[in-house]
Design a binder for this molecule. Sequence first.
Ligand SMILES: Cc1cc2nc3c(=O)[nH]c(=O)nc-3n(C[C@H](O)[C@H](O)[C@H](O)COP(=O)(O)OP(=O)(O)OC[C@H]3O[C@@H](n4cnc5c(N)ncnc54)[C@H](O)[C@@H]3O)c2cc1C
Length: 278
Amino acid sequence: MEKHTSIWQKTKISTQNYPQLDKEIKTEIAIVGGGITGLTAATELLGTNKNICIIEAGKIGEGTTGHSTGNLYIPIQSLLSTIASKFNKETVKTIIDSRLYSLNYIERMIKEHEIDCNFLKRTLYIYTNDSKKVKKLQTELELFKQNGLDVSIAYELPIPVKFIFAIKIENQARFNPSTYIDKLAHNLTQHNCKIFEKSPVVNIKESYNACRIETESSVVIANQVLVTTHIPKGINKLQFVSFPYRSYAIAFNLKDKKYSNRVLPKLNIKVHSYKFQQ
Ligand SMILES: Cc1cc2nc3c(=O)[nH]c(=O)nc-3n(C[C@H](O)[C@H](O)[C@H](O)COP(=O)(O)OP(=O)(O)OC[C@H]3O[C@@H](n4cnc5c(N)ncnc54)[C@H](O)[C@@H]3O)c2cc1C
């Protein structure tokens, strides 16, 4: 079978390499894992003026981040109505607010660091062609409205698919996460942050005033450690609820080349959408 490559990694602009950790170093803050979480944390920590070091097992941004769909949207796949019934409306608000904060944060970082990563505000459509699911989608619509989102019923979809009920949410976004991550990484190395790739952490030993982080080839001694490996290292209950899955996206050129706007070079996907599945 042909090897699949993430479209983000294939279309990203720069390919920066960082060294492998080959000698023992001391740092004030060590971050294990170089995905969007680790790099965002490091970027925020620059303000502390502490020495930071990021230790990545593979290459920066080539974990989940570089294999995601690259959409930035407020809805959640497990549905807000599920959260409302399992927890309460305050929890729904917290989720919406934090997702909105993240979307705006990424937009702000892109502007601040002039990152050309195809960030574009898009309308998100959620639709169903199953009459039994209409009520659920209406409940989602209400929850979005109650929390101030710009949401309404959609009477047509921008793609030719059958639907019986659809909603649209304005001001969602899409970007190339790999390019975004690359630029954050580059910016970090211009400050007091070192990045090491191909340096899988095999052990973290905590002592009273320092942590010993062992990689396959060397050691980092750090005052503070952040583990941003998506699924935590070692035995953790999160591992029992995680499962592997894959999203599929189809990218194609239109015969008449009449795209309404420029989105991604060669891709030109007009609108991102996802099917209402639950
Ligand atoms: C198929 C799919 C589609 C998705 N689509 C979207 C989307 O459209 N929008 C959205 O917002 N979210 C999406 N997500 C979720 C999103 O991608 C993740 O929440 C996010 O990328 C997680 O970032 P992270 O930095 O926490 O993890 P990662 O990007 O996985 O970074 C963790 C890093 O830690 C490194 N690491 C692991 N173990 C070690 C070790 N022992 N030592 C050193 N380094 C280590 C890994 O190599 C990796 O680079 C999607 C996820 C998947 C799986």
